[in-house]
Design a protein around this ligand. Structure first.
Ligand SMILES: O=c1[nH]cnc2c1ncn2[C@@H]1O[C@H](CO)[C@@H](O)[C@H]1O
Ligand SMILES: [Zn+2]
Length: 386
């Protein structure tokens, strides 16, 4: 294992980024669910507008707490039950537009410059919308949110990802939808939902279709189920990225003398630079990890896996990109250099064209970190005498 030292040893330079610096740092988000990121007040508003009376709380603050606590269940299946309420209020064009616009606004206000936000169109058909109408409403909402963000001095680009539910049987249809909208705001495909009992190979036709179309997809794998799920996602389905992928840690052995040995699958993931969309807080809630300090992201970062930091579900986890980084800074002593490393990893792994990713890295991300990293230089001068 290689060991590295980072710039926090430079005298005079503050070692750890402050919450305010973390928020201002440009961040890239690859794994965020649209139906897992509503503002609690919006859930309350939308429920009232359609007469949905099953919300457990109608006070936004209490509802936010309810989502966090209900999701804190120690099981992915129970965590996923909370989505019944958010999906219930996201059934009309107006609701989808509003939620998507607010999503882009909230991410931009948190310093996210590029995001890929996913949702399952098949879960938004209850009031009679077609799959296409769902996709168009969300796309228009993202464009509106980007405009509002710009008006508030923030820059963000949001791409949509279409998810198929792994227990259902619409994956091929959703893959085709993804392909039809690939030049109009949809950047890729995903499967989500309960992992145990629903291997990704159930949806091989969808993945094979997307591969033939030279399109991109990620698969939730190695979250609630272990290495076989990751292996299938990569070697049977051909996933470009892994949603979570935390269980790859099961294929890494650390001997007592600290020597690290990667198994064949872990080696493959690292050698092929397979992006891992890691979501620390979500993993604690579903018991895929035990604490921030023990979260596999620490070791995977040291071993130079292509790890990225993500929110998964901002509502259910009461989180944001900045908060995820705050937890990691506290747990692992990460510096702005580490944050930049994760952010560049994420941008390299995005599903937009290479030239755009490169421009984001060189013209937005690196200058943003350079600006933050140089701030300490200008705070050294004092006017008074001792
Ligand atoms: O971490 C996760 N693992 C698996 N499925 C998830 C996770 N988070 C959300 N969803 C599922 O994805 C659907 C579409 O956005 C959500 O409705 C939820 O059921
Ligand atoms: Zn997810």
């Amino acid at each position: 294992m290689t060991s590295e030292t980072f710039s926090h040893t430079i005298p005079g330079q503050p070692s750890l980024p402050s919450p305010e610096q973390i928020r201002r740092a440009p961040k890239v988000l690859l794994h965020d669910h649209l139906d897992g990121g509503l503002r609690p007040a919006t859930v309350v508003d939308l429920a009232a507008a359609i007469g949905y009376d099953k919300l457990p709380e109608t006070d936004p603050e209490k509802l936010g707490v309810w989502f966090r606590e209900a999701a804190d269940s120690g099981s992915l299946e129970r965590y996923l039950e909370t989505f019944a309420h958010t999906c219930a209020v996201m059934q009309t064009r107006e609701a989808l537009f509003r939620v998507a616009a607010e999503c882009a606004e909230d991410l931009a206000a948190d310093g996210v410059v590029y995001a890929e936000v996913r949702y399952a169109p098949e879960q938004h058909l209850e009031a009679g919308l077609t799959l296409e109408q769902v996709v168009e409403a969300v796309n228009e909402g993202f464009r509106e949110g980007e405009r509002r963000a710009r008006a508030n001095g923030h820059r963000i680009r949001v791409g949509a990802m279409l998810t198929a539910m792994r227990h259902a049987a619409r994956a091929l249809e959703i893959a085709e939808l993804t392909n039809n909208y690939r030049d109009s705001g949809v950047v890729g495909f995903d499967i989500a939902g309960a992992e145990a009992g629903f291997p990704p190979t159930r949806h091989l036709d969808a993945f094979e279709f997307l591969k033939r179309e030279n399109n991109h997809f990620t698969i939730h794998a190695g979250e609630a189920f272990g290495l076989p799920s990751i292996w299938q996602a990569l070697q049977w389905c051909g996933a470009d990225r892994l949603g979570h992928g935390v269980r790859i840690i099961d294929d890494i052995e650390i001997a007592e003398d600290g020597t690290v040995k990667l198994g064949r699958l872990a080696s493959y993931v690292r050698d092929k630079r397979i992006p891992l969309e890691m979501c620390p807080t979500s993993n604690l809630q579903t018991a895929a990890a035990t604490s921030y300090e023990e979260h596999p992201i620490g070791l995977l970062r040291q071993l130079h896996f292509r790890a990225t930091v993500n929110t998964d579900n901002r509502l259910m986890s009461g989180t944001s990109m900045s908060r995820e980084f705050e937890h990691l800074v506290k747990a692992f002593g990460y510096t702005l250099d580490d944050m930049q490393w994760f952010t560049v990893n994420a941008m390299k792994s995005a599903f937009i064209p290479f030239d755009e990713r490169l421009a984001m890295i060189n013209d937005v991300i690196k200058p943003g970190y350079a600006e933050l990293k140089s701030e300490w230089l200008f705070r050294q001068t004092t006017t008074g005498t001792a």
